[in-house]
Design a protein around this ligand. Sequence first.
Ligand code: UDP
Length: 480
Amino acid sequence: METPTPRALKIYFLPFFAQGHLIPLVQLARLVASRGQHVTIITTPSNAQLFDKTLDDDAAAGHRVRVLLIDFPAAQVGLPAGVENLVAASDNDTAFKISMAAHLIKPQVESLMKQSPPDVFIPDIMFTWSKHSANTLSVPRLVFNPISIFDVCMIHAIKENPQAFHSHSGPYHIPGLPHALTLPIKPSPGFAVLTEALLDAEEESHGVIVNSFAELDVEYTKHYENLTGRKVWHVGPSSLMVQKTVPSVKGDEHECLTWLNSKENDSVVYICFGSLSLISDKQLYEIAIGLEASGHQFLWVVHRKNKDEGNEEETWLPKGFEERMREKKRGMLIKGWAPQPLILNHGAVGGFVTHCGWNSVAEAISAGVPMITMPGFGDQYYNEKLITEVHGFGVEVGAAEWSLSPYESKKSVVSGERIEKAVRRLMDGGEGEGIRKKAKEMKHKAWKAVNEGGSSHNSLLDLIQHLKSFVPSLERVANN
Ligand code: UDP
């Protein structure tokens, strides 16, 4: 009998147009390519520019990963040329148009898949239309979910238990989960609509790939698999997996890293609210008050909401704040994009005030940095619970109200006093030491997971093996 000729799998990845989605899915694509598979990342020109340089190293290492460009339907949705990612949006209207464009690319992607059908299609879960396309074209599909399985379990529990939110004020107890958890505020109705559409998109997928590691979500993975009958592949934290498996990306030395070099271990609080959230001037002011009052050193990344209205310090910072902090060598502000993974991995960083975006959470866990949680929108309110109530490697500041969008101005702000208290709780010693210890223990588990023989490492191999099962001639070919 003839032995089947081994060939690589041909896999199409489709990342969504937002950094928090695109970064981990591109990382997954690179990981799969590093395991000898033929990887194509389908994206639009401006989105490609956000990551295509990182692929040069992969190409140099002989990995087969290419970018296939499609048009961004800018004219159809009424966006100026080049605005193709939520990172370039600062209002709901632009964000809505980018999401519309994500729907309108469907015919282009289908046409590519018709011309040259892949063995497997791995779209971001936000492309809810992918279920229909994969069915019509008979292409096996596995969705990538950039949020954690814990979040998905929360979404299911909230959907199934509307009675939990009948009272006018929180805390609201969420039944039916492995832990007794509470939410301080009600999820907005719009969020429920969005998340239910995502749950629907997950259906008929041959499983779900998440940017997490099994040890972080043990009970919730079991809970999810029992609930849905779908398998979960934890192949993260993707930033760590990439670091271990493919060539490292060299970045320019940012001045903040030099500043951190002059600080003692675990002595600096790092503050950053991700790539999308634009924080109101009132909230920035309160953050400054809280940081100054805490007495701790800080490195603060500021993406301002009203940055076009001038740079008058007094509108968003207490008078003389920057000079005082500079003179006392207490704090540094970065007004723009910061090299977050490098910062979190610097020994001087001892706490992270975060909006709880899943990538930031995964990066903090990987670096063993305890978190101070201030969720901003969407699933971030759930991530806060995972950090503080399920695992206890963070302290809660909490939020003043539930927001669906990163661009909506919140009516209420979180007071400087609340921020000061949370920073002190973590950084003053005492209770904070126990929290820090838990963060370091989870870091250890994350690193173990991505190393040879670890759970994420094995899960990646298992995933590739599973993908091969869609192609009968490859099923019997040994894993490479
Ligand atoms: N990020 C960064 N520098 C910044 C802001 C964000 O490197 O100044 C990165 C961060 O490391 C993370 C991603 O952008 O990988 C943000 O994703 P997350 O899911 O945390 O939040 P989102 O931006 O989706 O709200």
